[in-house]
Write a protein that binds this ligand. Structure first.
Ligand code: NAP
Ligand code: F7E
Length: 323
């Protein structure tokens, strides 16, 4: 019998990489899609797997739709990747962000508890929960949370609900506390893809400048294709637990910009970059760096793509797409 998995957020960045991994492992993959007149399957198309996923209708803000899906599918594994995931937009849409990222998780966990209590659950937690929190310059599972955005706050609620359902009802629930991970199908609003797309357009003469906010922020950037392997490993372990997942190395936005222009053969990046206060945030997370020792030790997980390889992969993909 094939294993079955339900992925929420199947049309985003991580959903398609995870779906591809599970299909390679011979899973039957269901993807939760909310109602659209014109759903956008381009990220699944990019990986060539759209036809191999079975889509089910549902919305994280509509409890009855999640109950129906759980009743009909009864998956062995649920990967909850659905979210309003753009930090920068979460101040303007704080209520929506809370309803999807926090209350939606409560609906999903309740549905699992009532209808399919043996289902293993993965919660897409995030380094944004740490915010200003750090332990000697890095973040690990013991670092206190100090979120700096409505997004970060909503994810802290979801994190603790995931822990609480494990402790209260003995459900198999795990938090993957993932640091930033990117790819050629990263959403265009996020800084890495905004840069790779902008650089490719400048290179091809389609654009004259790239407008950005805070270049000093530092992030621990990895490749999404590596990170979905950690999600899967968490649910295969014999005990449910929470894990920090990152590369252990960080870089500033400025360094990403420099490398991206250089990958396109442009050396004088300062000529093209304009600092625009519209892209600065009311409260910034200045510096994130993972200490993923537990994931290395317990899950035997290691990232493969380097920072340089990631930047190059993204710039080359955007050049190819635009050409
Ligand atoms: P993403 O590209 O923004 O994808 C999120 C998906 O959630 C989208 O497909 C979106 O659907 C779906 N969604 C939004 N609201 C929904 C709702 N009300 N009901 C059902 N689905 C809804 O995010 P990602 O980068 O793949 O990240 C996956 C998850 O990991 C997110 O939970 C994110 O917060 C978390 N995370 C991401 C990172 C990272 O660096 N990428 C790091 C840590 C944690 P539509 O396509 O219909 O809009
Ligand atoms: O910003 C700075 C910005 O939007 C990174 C999400 O996946 O990862 C992501 O959240 C940094 C910030 O990602 C621009 O101020 C400068 O310091 O790419 P980002 P994020 O906020 O780190 C975490 C782990 C998640 O969980 C989230 O879901 O870059 N920055 N100039 C800019 N950021 C953007 N977006 N646009 C700019 O023009």
């Amino acid at each position: 019998m094939k294993k079955t998995a339900l992925i929420t957020g199947i049309l985003g960045q991580d959903g398609p990489y995870l779906a591809r991994l599970l299909l390679e492992k011979d899973y039957k993959v269901y993807g939760l899609v909310r109602r659209y007149s014109n759903p956008n399957f381009s990220n699944l198309d990019f990986l060539g797997i759209t036809d191999r996923v079975e889509f089910v209708d549902g919305d994280m803000t509509d409890e009855s739709s999640l109950i129906n899906v759980l009743k009909n599918v009864r998956p062995e594994e649920v990967y909850n990747l659905a979210a309003q995931s753009f930090v920068g937009g979460s101040w303007d849409q704080a209520k929506l962000t809370t309803e999807v990222n926090a209350v939606g998780v409560l609906y999903l966990l309740n549905a699992i508890k009532s209808l399919s209590p043996l289902t293993k659950y993965y919660q897409a937690s995030t380094s944004e929960m740490f915010g200003l929190g750090n332990t000697n310059g890095y973040q690990d599972e013991a670092t206190p949370f100090h979120p700096r955005s409505p997004y970060g706050v909503s994810k802290v609620y979801a994190y603790w609900m995931t822990v609480n359902f494990r402790e209260s009802y003995r459900l198999f629930t795990c938090n993957g506390i993932l640091f930033n991970h990117e790819s050629p199908i990263r959403g265009i609003q996020f800084v890495t893809r905004k840069i790779s797309d902008g650089v490719a357009r400048i290179k091809l003469g389609l654009k004259k400048e790239l407008r950005l906010g805070n270049l000093d922020a530092k992030r621990d950037w990895g490749f999404a294709g590596d990170y979905v392997k950690a999600m899967h490993l968490m649910l295969q372990h014999d005990q449910p637990d929470d894990y920090v997942v990152g590369t252990g190395e960080n870089h500033s936005v400025r360094e990403f910009v420099e490398k991206a222009f250089s990958a396109a053969g442009i050396s004088d990046w300062k000529k093209y970059v304009v600092i625009d206060p519209r892209y600065k945030r009311p409260a910034e997370v200045p510096d994130l760096k993972a200490k993923p020792d537990k994931a290395h030790r317990v899950l035997k997980w290691q990232p493969e793509a380097s920072f340089d390889a990631l930047v190059k992969m993204m710039v080359e993909a955007d050049l190819q797409r635009l050409q």
